[in-house]
Unconditional design. Structure first.
Length: 175
């Protein structure tokens, strides 16, 4: 485990490459970070798959190939958080990656399990990474300073769920 601070610092560095100077602007504009583009920049292929409802996603290394499997039945905002979370695992916990030699994520018969309810340090770090990547503190601050204050409006600005935004605001000491 690297720690929550390291996870946040790493996400800030990556997010800064995709913000393009928006942090200094007045007002609040749509700030939807393209997590699929970020995954692809690391050589990770994102594949939507029919998982059980309880499973949001998984990161898999198959030889030199990297995959994020994401639940195709989940909402777009949930998929975005899952992809960001799995990128966090890739960057922070590469030693814990699920390794499979014979797996085809595009096959409906694939059944994978990974602890979704694990509240261990690795999950906390991956969640902190995902939150900072999708809702960079500097941009959340700018939106709030410009007068956008409802959770639903902020969630819409960042293309995340209201629950994700609520937790983000709690962690940033806004609520």
């Amino acid at each position: 485990m690297r720690g929550k601070r390291v996870a946040i610092k790493m996400a800030k560095k990556i997010a800064s490459q995709y913000i393009n100077g928006k942090s200094g602007s007045k007002g609040c504009k749509k700030h939807s970070i393209d997590v699929k583009e970020i995954a692809e920049s690391f050589g990770i292929k994102v594949v939507e798959h029919e998982f059980s409802d309880e499973m949001s996603g998984v990161f898999i290394r198959k030889g030199d190939d990297l995959f994020i499997g994401v639940n195709k039945s989940h909402s777009n905002t949930r998929k975005r958080f899952t992809i960001a979370h799995e990128i966090g695992h890739f960057l922070l916990h590469s030693e814990d990656v699920i390794h499979h030699d014979n797996i085809n994520l595009e096959s409906p018969s694939v059944v994978l399990y990974r602890s979704e309810n694990n509240n261990g340090g690795g999950e906390v770090e991956a969640n902190a990474f995902a939150a900072e990547l999708l809702m960079p503190e500097i941009l959340v601050d700018a939106c709030i300073e410009s007068g956008v204050s409802s959770i639903d409006d902020l969630a819409d600005e960042f293309d995340v769920s209201p629950d994700a935004m609520r937790y983000r605001l709690i962690n940033l000491d806004y609520i």
